[in-house]
Design a protein around this ligand. Structure first.
Ligand SMILES: Cc1cc2nc3c(=O)[nH]c(=O)nc-3n(C[C@H](O)[C@H](O)[C@H](O)COP(=O)(O)OP(=O)(O)OC[C@H]3O[C@@H](n4cnc5c(N)ncnc54)[C@H](O)[C@@H]3O)c2cc1C
Length: 549
């Protein structure tokens, strides 16, 4: 038996972490003039933003354990993984902020004051080798699944999607990845029938409106089966649906939301350009008013890049510059729903009857295959006036609508990351039980158990912050946007770490395409890049939110 740390211990570690963070945050607020001069203090800002994210995850871990306990649900492995996750994050906060105390003008004393010897001892005990090995053994005994306690409705959603993912998607995931094939149509049809695309679309627009936690659980289970061939299918309709709900006209909502919810319309999101990535406000792709064949609308010209699923998609949610005055920046951008034909394969050329052209060529990638991400070229491509999101009032509001959509996309990506990390944990458990070296299953080695325990504890932290962000999104999407960004930041890093740990435990076979863990690693690597590349997410979204108040 181990001397198991409790949620009270996690509370003590949380208080210490918040104390250190708050002192660092206050000084960073002063240094950056309330977040306005972040670029003059990027490194310190990055550390404070990340530490704030970790502190928030500790808070949510405690919240979820408290809630389970208050509902009479007691599962030792779940609680232990949450408390150990809290300890791991508290240790990281201390290590993360320690190198910046001089820049922050705090001095060494703050470290001793906030993490005195008694707290450091607790830190060691709550995240000890014995604790991590205990969690690792629990993961081994449960096939890698330390189930998160959910209410009945959400438990059913998880079970239903897991069954679909395990039976329909998992058996085909490796084939799709290795041959770089397109997501099979049957997946889209069945997911549409099961209502997976309409989970956060209101019922009046044809959705099932089960809320964001149901959407996250669905995403997570689909991503466990395959990030690219299933788990990411929901992201794009989710982004466009949120943009429409936030700023679409009534006619646009009535026309497009039911089609998004049913899966009849698949979406590609087209923001990035060859020369424009994180600096979205500088998007150059140009939309100009035009009348073609007697219809009023816009013609779009310019290149776009990294438009995932642009081949199969029936529409692109495309951000273009409607006001050529460069001084307008973000206020010169508008969001369009760009209809197109659907194509299979890695390349397409589409010509409109009026002469407009759209061509696409997929860029080869090591992972995240199945949806294909295209470089696009638009030449005098005509879009009806009715497809400017928000109508006349939407002109110049595209950036803000797109950002609202991205907030939803980030939340969803937190779920994708949890699913991938879960898949890696399960596959690793399977492997270490089967693999024998030095006369014993490698699962019996202490270091294997310890590593599995840390993987499970980190995954608990990802789930805690992502599920809380989903619930906060139900309350107030705008207010919850920074939390969604934090969920994305932490969960994506955890997914990379967990997948790579799993790969190491597979030894040489972890590098073989034959084993799914090699796919999980290359899939995970894209997570910190899209939906706001990690450094920019830290500085421009989380840093601003943390230092701006
Ligand atoms: C597989 C894949 C799929 C994608 N799918 C889509 C999609 O469907 N639709 C879409 O529109 N886009 C998509 N993207 C694009 C993705 O969103 C961008 O790659 C991402 O936003 C980053 O832009 P960038 O690649 O131009 O990097 P850049 O913006 O050039 O950033 C590169 C690096 O520069 C540094 N940097 C940049 N700005 C700053 C700063 N202010 N301060 C400090 N450092 C900075 C950071 O280190 C950053 O990581 C996809 C990308 C990939 C790889």
């Amino acid at each position: 038996m181990i001397d198991a740390p409790t949620v009270e211990d996690a509370r003590t570690l949380h208080a210490a972490s918040e104390n250190l963070l708050e002192q660092a945050r206050k000084r960073a607020v002063e240094l950056t003039a309330g977040g306005r001069e972040i670029d003059d203090h990027q490194v310190v800002t990055e550390r404070v933003a990340y530490a704030a994210t970790e502190a928030r995850a500790i808070r949510e871990l405690i919240h979820h354990v408290d809630r389970a306990q208050s509902e009479g649900v007691r599962d030792e492995a779940f609680e232990l993984s949450c408390v150990a996750g809290a300890a791991e994050l508290a240790r990281r906060i201390h290590e993360r902020l320690a190198p910046s105390v001089d820049e922050l003008g705090l001095g060494d004393a703050v470290l001793e004051e906030t993490f005195p010897a008694s707290t450091r001892a607790l830190l060691r005990r709550a995240g000890s080798e014995a604790v991590m090995r205990e969690i690792g053994k629990a993961a081994l005994g449960r096939g890698g699944r330390i189930e998160w306690p959910l209410d009945e409705m959400h438990d059913q959603v998880r079970a239903q999607v897991r069954e679909f993912g395990s039976n329909e998607v998992l058996p085909r995931a490796e084939h799709i990845h290795r041959r770089d094939e397109l997501v099979p149509e049957e997946f889209i049809t069945k997911m549409g029938e099961l209502g997976f695309f309409g989970l956060s679309v209101p019922e009046e627009y044809g959705g099932v409106e089960m809320g964001n936690l149901a959407m996250i659980l669905t995403t997570e289970e689909l991503s466990r089966a395959s990030l690219a061939a299933a788990g990411s299918l929901i992201t794009r309709p989710e982004i466009l649906a949120k943009a429409l709900l936030g700023g679409g006209t009534e006619e646009q909502k009535a026309k497009w939301l039911p089609k998004l919810a049913s899966g009849e319309v698949m979406v590609g999101v087209s923001v990035t350009e060859p020369d424009i990535g994180s600096d979205v406000a500088s998007v150059k792709c140009r939309a100009e008013r035009a009348t073609v064949d007697g219809e009023d609308g816009w013609v779009i010209n310019g290149p776009k890049s990294w438009c995932t699923f642009a081949g199969r998609a029936n529409v692109l949610a495309l951000l273009a510059r409607t006001d050529p005055d460069p001084s307008k920046g973000a206020r010169g951008l508008s969001l369009f729903i760009v209809p197109k034909d659907s194509f299979e394969g890695h390349e397409f050329n589409y010509e409109q009857p009026g002469g407009g052209k759209l061509s696409g060529k997929a860029d080869a990638t090591p992972g995240y295959r199945g949806m294909h991400s295209y470089t696009l070229q638009l030449e005098n491509y005509f879009v009806p006036g009715a497809n400017l999101v928000g109508g006349a009032e939407g002109e110049g509001r595209g950036f803000y609508l797109q950002m609202a959509g991205f907030a939803a996309g980030r939340l969803q990506t937190g779920g994708r990351a949890c699913g991938l990390a879960q898949a890696a944990l399960e596959e690793t458990v399977k492997y270490v039980v089967d693999r024998t070296q030095f006369g014993q299953p490698i699962a019996d080695f202490q270091l294997t158990q310890y590593t599995l325990g840390r993987m499970a504890a980190l995954l608990a932290a990802s789930r805690a912050i992502t599920y809380s962000a989903a619930e906060a999104f139900d309350e107030d999407e705008r207010a919850a946007a920074p939390l969604a960004a934090q969920a994305k930041l932490l969960s994506c890093d955890v997914a990379v770490e967990v997948c790579q740990s799993g790969q190491l435990m597979h030894g040489g076979w972890g590098y073989a395409e034959e084993y799914p863990i090699s796919r999980y690693v290359v899939d995970a690597l894209v997570l910190p890049i899209f939906e706001g590349v990690k450094p920019v997410l830290e500085l421009k979204v989380i840093g601003r939110a943390v230092l701006g108040s």
